[in-house]
Design a protein around this ligand. Structure first.
Ligand code: SAM
Length: 229
């Protein structure tokens, strides 16, 4: 039966693709991907040659009807993104929503997701959390977000790029204080994976002394949480 299959891909280690994900990619008619070069790398690794259709933030709206028509004509379509779970700070929710509205089956495969990997490895409270993705790049807008959520009673999770990580931590410290407990998860599942866990002041000092190259997830504990090594 034709359907949309949500297929998570590795966030750094090709070994993290699941058996079900490989099976879904092998069986489908078309793979939606952000960047065909990134997807080809994964397909080459899996020794597969499949039809790919670009599906990115800038063409998402335009592509939805085309994809719905393909599924309507009997195609099974896999939704992927460059890394991790599609639709999580990545394109995807529009096509899923379009399928839901038309009662087209959507099959989700669980798999790699940077925010969940970071939270599980952080050692910070994980019974409740709020994921806020990428914050605005302007300091004032970012600072306003920190002010808004400073007293939130559960853990906060953010994504950030290597270009802004130090500014992000500096602003976070200015608003939430140097003793707030955080975990900065860098390059998870890759060769240079590092977790910096402790009070912001100390973590900021640690990161300042290193090259900031890499990908980051920042996990921020609620104010009540204390961390003693
Ligand atoms: N869909 C993805 C997911 O499921 O996590 C997220 C895509 S988002 C465009 C990319 C961001 O996720 C990166 O800028 C970084 O903040 C975070 N990220 C992805 N892979 C990571 C890794 N291996 N280590 C640390 N952070 C990572």
């Amino acid at each position: 039966m034709s359907k949309l299959v949500i297929v998570p891909t590795p966030i750094g280690n090709l070994g993290d693709i699941s058996a079900r994900a490989i099976d879904a990619l092998a069986r489908c008619d078309i793979i939606l991907c952000e960047d065909t070069r990134v997807c080809s790398k994964l397909l080459n690794h899996l020794k597969m040659n499949k039809k790919m259709l670009p599906y990115r933030d800038d063409n998402e709206e335009k592509q939805v009807q085309k994809i719905i028509d393909l599924i309507g004509k009997g195609s099974t379509v896999c939704l992927t993104s460059d890394a991790g779970t599609p639709a999580i700070s990545d394109p995807g929710y529009r096509i899923v929503n379009a399928c839901r509205r038309r009662k087209i089956p959507v099959e989700p495969l669980p798999g790699a997701c940077a925010l969940i990997t970071a939270l599980a490895a952080s050692g910070l409270p994980s019974d409740g959390f709020l994921f806020l993705g990428f914050l605005p790049s302007k300091t004032s807008a970012r600072t306003n977000m920190f002010k808004k959520y400073a007293d939130f009673d559960h853990t906060l999770i953010f994504y950030e790029s290597c270009h802004r990580i130090l500014k992000f931590l500096k602003d976070l410290q200015d608003i939430m204080g140097a003793t707030r407990v955080i975990c900065v998860a860098r390059e998870m599942t890759k060769l240079h994976e590092i977790f910096h866990v402790g009070e912001i002041g100390q973590v900021y000092e640690e990161i300042m002394g290193m090259s900031t190259k890499g990908e980051y997830v920042i996990v921020v504990a609620p104010q009540r949480f204390k961390f003693s090594p």
